[in-house]
Write a protein that binds this ligand. Structure first.
Ligand code: FA5
Length: 351
């Protein structure tokens, strides 16, 4: 039996030393010294061995097990060294090689404008507010003096939500930021100096219209507010945003929620307000010397009333201008507004 054990040891150590990978080492471990391995099964025959020899064979079997274990540990270490050596070769880092720069994103040109507009108004005491972009018909139209079925609503080519109707009517994707007017008044805090910048939605899509765009809505309500204040704020904004050489004009218009109402024009930056280029040819940007910024007016008493404000004591003005168009008026040279939202990186990376 001693010979058998010694032969087993030689065989096991040879196999272990030749093992090419961890899998082969493990197989040898199981085969020779595992619970059901060859050494164990040999020791089961110990019962048939003469009692005087048993301790000697037992001690030999133990020593053989330790030798095989030692060989296994050593082979494992060799294999690990070889693996790490090969890995070091394969994945050697050349620290002199130029790195790969991780692409860094940046804000959209419209987001830049929104932030800039916010800063300009915050400087004169207006606070940016947040009001829903999906809202009840009541806030988008009815409270703004446009009862159901009023033809003026047609101008706001509206998307309606497929949602339950409430006492405040249907839900709409806000076609303008003016839904914020009565919502802000209903907070019950006076005076109001609000700038609400939000997304708006209309069933429109062509070179100068996008179905989703941004407006910034100003609302100022206090005692003794007059058109002069509106003009002052307008001129302040235009000079801050467009430059000190630009001038504004109010053109009479009609909105149901302001009285009187105006469209605001600013002098064209391309032709300096003359309507023509150096050779007397009509300016391609404006054709008339003026560009339309958006609507404005003195808040209608019916709207103040809907907001719970005493129209005899308080007055106010409101305006709503488009952010995308404002960017173009400042010099963003695009001939189709829709490119802003096509997610074309070649375009977006320019800003
Ligand atoms: C309004 O939406 C009024 N709520 C503005 C207002 C507010 C008047 C407060 C009085 C008091 P209007 O429909 O003209 O007005 O839109 C205002 C501006 O939004 C436009 O001048 C334009 O700059 C922008 N705009 C409107 N529709 C689109 C569109 N589809 N794509 C891009 N910009 C748009």
């Amino acid at each position: 039996m001693q010979d058998q054990l010694n032969a087993l040891k030689l065989e096991a150590i040879q196999i272990v030393e030749k093992a090419v990978d961890e899998g082969a080492v493990e197989n040898a471990e199981i085969k020779y010294i595992g619970r059901k391995g060859e050494l164990t099964s040999m020791l089961k025959q110990l019962a048939h061995v003469d009692a005087s020899e048993r301790p000697i064979i037992g001690a030999l079997a133990n020593a053989i097990k330790q030798d095989i274990e030692a060989a296994i540990i050593q082979r494992r270490m060799q294999l690990e060294d070889e693996k790490m050596g090969a890995l070091g070769e394969r994945e050697r880092v050349d620290i002199t090689e130029p790195g790969v720069r991780i692409e860094q994103g940046h804000m959209h040109v419209v987001t830049h404008a929104v932030n800039e507009i916010t800063d300009i108004f915050e400087k004169i005491g207006f606070s940016r507010t947040r009001h829903p972009e999906i809202d009840w018909d009541y806030f988008a139209f009815e409270s703004l003096n446009m009862p159901a079925d009023h033809p003026a609503r047609d101008e706001w080519e509206t998307f309606f939500m497929d949602a339950p109707v409430s006492m405040r009517g249907r839900m709409v994707m806000t076609p303008h930021t003016s839904n914020a007017q009565v919502r802000e008044m209903q907070k019950g805090v006076l005076p109001i100096r609000m700038i609400n910048i939000a997304k708006c939605y209309r069933r429109q899509s062509d070179v100068s219209h996008v179905p989703m765009f941004h407006q910034f809505e100003g609302l100022y309500v206090d005692t003794d507010v007059s058109i002069t204040h509106l003009r002052g704020i307008l001129d302040y904004f235009v000079k801050e945003f467009f430059g000190s050489d630009r001038v504004t004009r109010l053109r009479p218009f009609h909105f149901r929620f302001t009285e009187p109402s105006f469209e605001i024009d600013i002098s064209c930056g391309a032709c300096g307000g003359s309507g023509a280029d150096h050779d007397g040819v009509k300016c391609k940007i404006c054709k008339r010397g003026w560009l339309e910024l958006g609507g404005a007016g003195m808040v209608h008493p019916a709207v103040l009333k809907a907001g719970g404000i005493d129209a005899k004591k308080y007055s106010g003005f409101a305006f709503g201008w488009g952010v995308e168009r404002t960017c173009i008026m400042r010099g963003l040279k695009i001939d189709d507004l829709r490119i802003l939202y096509k997610n074309d990186l070649r375009f977006l990376k320019q800003f």
